[in-house]
Write a protein that binds this ligand. Structure first.
Ligand code: CAA
Ligand code: NAI
Length: 246
């Protein structure tokens, strides 16, 4: 029960890493606000975790839309009376080589992966400042740290997450708030399954552990950074990637 009585908001909670994190956090005693714009899957998954004994609630939100983020944060505070943890996990890809990437696909990824992280963090921080503590964890990527073919837009946002994390760690540390990022490598979710098989095989061969990661590998990294065990860690980016780049 490493998160007993903590209230956590997890974005992108209907699928992949966010769903697995919601399950792990609920098992560790957290009350989890599962946030996603995919209402159908989100409601189903929240019901599944409730059946398993979790204290979770689903909120349909587009993180790129500030009004819907603000309304969700107010609802969560009304429902659970506080916010201890924010996991900025929602993200999308619109891959394309630089020479073919449309301005629309560049902007769409910025809106969700970068502006969405800004919206959610800015909306929860006043509540964390008021209680004198909080944990904010945002999801970067191996692509943001080292770059990746076909991911101009995505890599820009994931590098941006590292920059915002360091800035917020400096601004908010004095308020008792820890701000960190997790940079996953290639993890077996729908996002990676959408990649061409040839590229996945190529990637696998460059990973020292010789396999893709599992969603729980990231869920446990989020858990560590959300728990009291990491209280002296601030402004870091934790690489969970099987050693793909060293
Ligand atoms: N690494 C190395 N080489 C790559 C590559 C990669 N990631 N992606 C593409 N290439 C190579 C291709 O093998 C191909 O090489 P050849 O010309 O020698 O055959 C060349 O680049 C051009 O690729 P395509 O023929 O596929 O070009 P396209 O215009 O049809 O498609 C693309 C471009 C949409 C970027 C497609 O190649 C693609 O989807 N690539 C995968 C991109 C990727 O790695 N996305 C990661 C998604 S998972 C994720 O984002 C999670 C995370 O944080 C890691
Ligand atoms: P996924 O595609 O399986 O799940 C993403 C979830 O985010 C979906 O439920 C989707 O509905 C939701 N979402 C997307 N846009 C949203 C929006 N505007 N508002 C609210 N919810 C939205 O993806 P996955 O793999 O679980 O990725 C989670 C995070 O991890 C993303 O930020 C991704 O960039 C990052 N990541 C994933 C890696 C991987 O290999 N799977 C590697 C590195 C980073």
């Amino acid at each position: 029960m490493r998160l007993k009585d903590k209230v956590a908001i997890i974005t992108g909670a209907a699928n992949g890493l966010g769903f697995e994190a919601s399950r792990i956090f609920a098992q560790e005693g957290a009350k989890v606000a599962m946030v996603d714009y995919d209402a159908k899957t989100g409601e189903e998954r929240a019901a599944q975790l409730k059946e398993e004994g979790g204290d979770v609630a689903f909120f349909q939100v587009n993180v790129a839309d500030r009004d819907s983020v603000d309304a969700m944060v107010e609802e969560v505070v009304k429902h659970y009376s506080k916010i201890d943890i924010l996991i900025n996990n929602a993200g999308i890809t619109r891959d394309g080589m630089l020479t073919k990437l449309s301005v629309e696909n560049f902007q769409a990824v910025i809106n969700v992966n970068l502006t969405g992280v800004f919206h959610c963090t800015q909306a929860v921080v006043p509540h964390m400042i008021a209680q004198g503590k909080g944990k904010i964890i945002s999801t970067s990527s191996v692509s943001g740290v080292y770059g990746n073919v076909g991911q101009t837009n995505y890599a820009a946002t994931k590098a941006g997450v590292v920059g915002m994390t360091k800035t917020w760690a400096k601004e908010l540390g004095r308020k008792g708030i820890n701000v960190n990022a997790v940079a996953p490598g290639f993890i077996e979710t729908d996002m990676v399954k959408a990649m061409p098989d040839k590229i996945i095989d190529q990637m696998k061969s460059t990973i020292p552990l010789q396999r893709l990661g599992q969603p729980s590998d990231i869920g446990y990294a989020y858990l560590y950074l959300a728990s009291d065990e990491s209280n002296y860690i601030n402004g870091t980016t934790l690489h969970v990637d099987g050693g793909i780049m060293m």
